[in-house]
Design a protein around this ligand. Structure first.
Ligand code: ATP
Ligand code: MG
Length: 439
């Protein structure tokens, strides 16, 4: 028994009442059986798009060429898609054409995994033609039909397999895994955007450790070879017990599942392979790895078309993740100025996770320092100490009023004033600053 939201029942009833077959299908059925809250409810029907549109007052042609109409009930939209079977996949990405069918079985057969290929209607019950319930019970990701054919048709399914395994904590069935191994080179045909979407779902899931499985299957070698390089980069030093990759994996698991933090964790040490030197005593050093990593990470994020804010934030976190300074209030203000106030809490989380994921050798020194920095950060916020130019008591307009011509010199003066105020917040008043810097 699956409890359908009222709107979904209504849509099924309207379609059934008009003599059509209609089912909740795919991810929502899977999630409902698992007791997870489905993100969206999809409906499949033998009604043609025009027939669906005729039955509902408000619809949107979201994917009409694929047979999908979005039915609007209040503010909510529900995708209603006509039963289809896919044509050939000559580009290994998209079906050449969409063929409508009158058979629910055909529609379910084109779906990727057994757990995603079940349909439900309150009167007819569950339609499970490929052992989806059994695989849910055994926590297995298994292709519908021959896995080699399915990955050959559409290599994005390789990313989806690993992403579902991470989201649900499931394992790959053996033949599915073997076919993934064989078809990973096909990932080169998939757009970076679509790969990014799946990679991010995996990264913010409860099991980001499936990245190791991705490497094991040969997926990262195709889409993110830097990860294989990190896994192969040893760190022989008193500070570390693990390779760069294994340490990185721990940092990812030790930060909250937010996109920027998980990405920053993923890439924080990506500069290390290029910066590794080994001294006469056999110890490894990674001088300059933070700026190097920030540069490499920026290139990676742009290649995968991340939005600018994400790129800026992740790059900043990487650039500063290894900053060292004595825990004084002035130093914390200056670090807040460099990192940015908004990003500072994320920076603190990354720094903590990074240090908790090392050998423990330096943890005794780190923890008191870290706690002091956190408490100074709280004090600074509570006191409202100036951190950036917008907090400065003097504005550009004050300099102009005092007779200064606009130009680069104005910016320099404001920067010097801010530097003064970062050292001593009591200097943040107009008379003092104007007197000292314009007098
Ligand atoms: P999510 O919870 O992430 O939305 P989902 O299973 O609903 O997971 P969607 O991408 O929303 O995934 O797709 C809905 C359904 O369409 C899937 O459950 C599956 O049946 C089918 N599907 C989606 N993408 C593919 C694909 N590349 N190949 C085959 N079937 C697919
Ligand atoms: Mg979905």
């Amino acid at each position: 028994m699956i409890l359908l939201p009222e709107n979904v029942s209504r849509i099924l009833n309207v379609l059934s009442g008009a003599g059509f077959e209609a089912w909740a299908v795919g991810g929502c059925v899977r999630d409902a059986i698992l007791g997870r809250v489905p993100g969206d409810w999809d409906i499949t029907t033998n009604a043609r798009p025009e027939e669906v549109k005729a039955l509902f007052r408000r619809t949107v042609d979201t994917g009409i060429q694929h047979g999908t109409v979005t039915v609007m009930l209040g503010k909510e939209g529900y995708e209603v898609t006509t039963y289809r079977q896919d044509g050939d996949y000559s580009d290994h990405r998209h079906p050449d054409g969409v063929v409508f069918t009158t058979s629910l079985a055909e529609d379910l057969k084109r779906r990727d995994f057994t757990i995603n290929a079940m349909a439900y209607h309150p009167d007819a019950g569950l339609v499970d033609l490929f052992g989806g319930q059994e695989d849910l019970k055994n926590r297995i990701i298994r292709c519908v039909g021959d896995p080699r054919e399915r990955f050959d048709e559409d290599a994005l399914r390789i990313m989806r397999a690993l992403r579902f395994s991470a989201q649900l904590g499931f394992h790959l069935e053996d033949r599915t895994r073997a076919a993934i191994r064989e078809f990973t080179p096909r990932l080169q045909l998939i757009s970076k955007e679509r790969i990014r979407v799946e990679l991010m779902k995996l990264l913010v899931s409860p099991n980001p450790g499936r990245l190791m499985d991705m490497a094991e299957c040969g997926i990262t070698r195709e889409i993110f070879p830097l990860w294989d390089t990190m896994l192969a980069t040893p760190q022989s030093s008193a500070f570390h017990l693990y390779s760069v990759g294994v340490h990185t994996m721990k940092v990812i698991e030790n930060v909250p599942p937010e996109p920027v933090l998980r990405l920053a964790a993923l890439l924080h040490d990506c500069g290390k392979p290029a910066c590794r030197t080994t001294d006469g005593g056999g110890r490894d050093h990674f001088y300059g790895h933070a700026p190097k990593g920030a540069k490499i990470a920026g290139e990676f994020l742009r290649e995968f078309r991340f939005d600018n804010k994400t790129i800026t934030d992740v790059v900043k976190l990487i650039l500063h993740h290894d900053d060292h300074y004595p825990a004084t209030r002035e130093n914390v203000r200056r670090e807040m100025n460099r990192v940015g106030e908004e990003l500072f809490p994320s920076y603190l989380k990354l720094v903590l996770a990074d240090n908790l994921s090392k050998s423990g050798y330096t943890l005794g020194d780190f923890m008191p320092l870290y706690k002091r920095i956190c408490s100074l950060h709280e004090d600074i916020k509570a006191a409202g100490d100036a951190i950036t130019l917008k907090d400065l008591a003097v504005k550009g307009s004050d300099l102009i009023a005092a007779g200064m011509p606009p130009g680069p010199r104005m910016g320099e003066i404001l920067d010097r004033m801010l530097d003064d105020v970062l050292a001593d917040p009591s200097h943040n008043n107009k008379e003092y600053l104007l007197g000292k810097y314009l007098g």
